[in-house]
Design a protein around this ligand. Structure first.
Ligand SMILES: [Zn+2]
Length: 310
């Protein structure tokens, strides 16, 4: 038994099916793994609309049922220290999940998995009160839902308000990438940053591009006294890889010395679009190692590519 299986899934005032319980367990485990929090665990209760309505009233003062509620352990009674690794409680209304699943055209299990991932991310400290935080939380949520075990539950659409049109779905579609790979690529991009040649701006950038062959290509920014010949870390990595014969790519990580998550410039987005598919994950990393996952298609929607010359 792995540590993460300490997450307890139970029911209250509701008879959940084994498939529903299993979808929730799977989602909790996948979320913890992707967030490198395998040693953390939660208590998840599946219930009915009435019970969650009452809790929503008592704890949030909102007089209606909801789909999911999360109660982080570190926000509870300070006199009662939570046990080691305990993240907190999640409560999910199964009838609500079923209704939302129907509306979105996917199974109750898929919707339960989505709500579980959402609750787990809250317990892990994510929030969606201000728009920047929301973007970050949603990108993690999307990445986790696209991981193999959860993707197998089917369903393309999500109940994210910003993702409810066909075109934005295709832009946001992202190939799966797991948490371990993300951490590895962040480490390599940080190493690449050390090689930056930046006597003028002193702004170091590092990039790590993973090719379909499995090889990693690192790049740094290289400045010039004449300024305009300056090249970015991302393009250095792409050009090195192309020279080595690579033509397909899996993911890109970019980091700099900024406290903000570093995003590729417009020129690099265009160069990446020549060789990388719109669903390629791009990991935008801050100086402290925090990151945001986004697809290349989201960074450069409606890119001009070779297909447009046909
Ligand atoms: Zn650039």
């Amino acid at each position: 038994m792995t540590e993460t299986e300490k997450t307890l899934v139970s029911t209250e005032n509701f008879e959940a099916t084994e498939a529903q319980l299993e979808a929730v367990r799977l989602a909790a485990r996948t979320a913890a793994q992707a967030e490198n929090a395998l040693e953390r665990y939660a208590s998840i209760v599946l219930t009915d609309d009435e019970t969650i309505h009452r809790l929503n009233c008592d704890y949030r003062g909102v007089d209606r049922p909801t789909d999911v509620l999360s109660f982080p352990a570190d926000e509870g009674d300070e006199l009662l220290a939570p046990p080691d690794g305990f993240l907190g409680d999640i409560m999910i209304s199964v009838p609500r999940a079923e209704a939302q699943g129907k509306e979105l055209g996917h199974s109750t299990e898929r919707e339960l998995a989505f709500l579980t991932v959402h609750g787990m991310l809250h317990l892990l400290g994510y929030d969606h009160i201000d728009p920047e935080d929301e973007k970050e939380m949603l990108s993690h949520q999307r990445a986790i839902m696209s991981l193999e075990p959860l993707a197998a539950l089917g369903g393309e659409k999500t109940n994210e308000t910003e993702a409810n049109t066909e075109s934005s779905e295709s832009v946001k579609a992202m190939k799966e990438i797991n948490g371990f790979e993300i951490k590895k690529m962040i480490g390599l991009a940080q190493e690449a940053r050390e090689r930056a040649y930046v006597p003028y701006s002193k702004f170091r950038v590092g990039a790590c591009l993973k090719a379909a062959s499995g090889a990693y290509y690192l790049g740094c920014n290289i400045e010039n006294a004449s300024y305009s010949p300056t090249v970015c870390a991302e393009r250095t990595a792409v050009f090195k890889a192309i020279y080595e014969g690579e033509r397909e790519f899996e993911a890109l990580a970019v980091c700099s010395d900024s406290k903000n998550c570093t995003s590729p410039c417009g020129v690099c987005r265009q160069v990446l679009s020549e060789f990388c598919s719109p669903d390629m994950p791009v990991i935008l990393v801050s100086s402290t190692g925090e990151y945001r996952l986004i697809s290349l298609g989201e960074l450069l929607p409606l890119a001009f590519t070779k297909g447009d010359m046909e």
